[in-house]
Write a protein that binds this ligand. Structure first.
Ligand code: HEC
Ligand code: HEC
Length: 149
């Protein structure tokens, strides 16, 4: 027991003396040497973009983007307000599309009565859109897939 303690203390001591050798200047990242906090208060508060008939999909399996505001929506263990409009029971009345059929499948391919727990946290896959300029340009062109056509 005593031996282990001595080894532990000496190792810890060695770590302490070795650490000053790694100085901040020797690390260079893509961000360069900009202070993380500088400019942190200048966040761009661009607005969420909404679109009446949805954004369309770029490929068949794409989770469609959210075309409406979601600031009042809540997804917690107890409630999921998205389902007030997108569930089997409510979608017709709310004139909203029902959650995809795939959302009722267990991982073994069995059809479930309720939305699968794998699809419970909607914004894990469905994202709202923002008017912010892309940080990096790209020339991606989608397939303009339209469900059911
Ligand atoms: C008050 C009702 C309501 C609530 C709450 C709601 N939605 Fe919607 N949602 C709609 C309607 C209606 C549409 C149809 C498009 C439109 O007119 O905005 C829609 C469209 C969508 C679409 C686009 C589907 C497509 O094929 O393009 C997605 C994705 C979506 N909602 C996800 C969500 C998520 C995720 C939440 C919760 C964070 C949510 N919605 C909450 C009513 C609602
Ligand atoms: C693991 C990713 C994932 C999660 C989580 C998820 N979805 Fe989806 N969703 C998709 C994909 C992929 C599609 C397109 C394929 C399909 O219809 O299944 C889709 C399609 C949809 C559609 C369009 C259906 C149609 O027929 O046009 C709506 C509406 C939707 N999801 C709402 C929701 C809501 C509400 C939740 C939360 C309860 C949710 N999704 C959770 C991936 C996801």
């Amino acid at each position: 027991m005593k031996k282990i303690l001595i080894i532990a203390i000496t190792t810890f001591g060695m770590m302490l003396t070795a650490s000053p050798a790694i100085s901040a200047e020797s690390i260079s990242s893509l961000r360069g040497d900009h202070d993380l906090n500088a400019g942190a208060n200048k966040a761009i508060k661009s607005k969420q973009t909404t679109q009446k008939d949805g954004f369309g999909r770029s490929y068949k399996q794409q989770p469609p983007m959210i075309p409406h505001k979601i600031d009042k929506d809540k997804i917690t263990l107890k409630t999921n307000t998205c389902m007030k409009c997108h569930s089997k029971a409510t979608y017709k009345k709310e004139k909203a599309p029902m959650v995809g059929k795939s959302h009722f499948m267990s991982r073994d391919g069995k059809e479930l009565k309720k939305v699968s727990s794998r699809r419970y946290f909607c914004n894990q896959c469905h994202a709202p859109q923002n008017s912010a300029k892309p940080l990096v340009g790209n020339n991606f062109v989608g397939t303009k897939y339209v469900p059911g056509k």
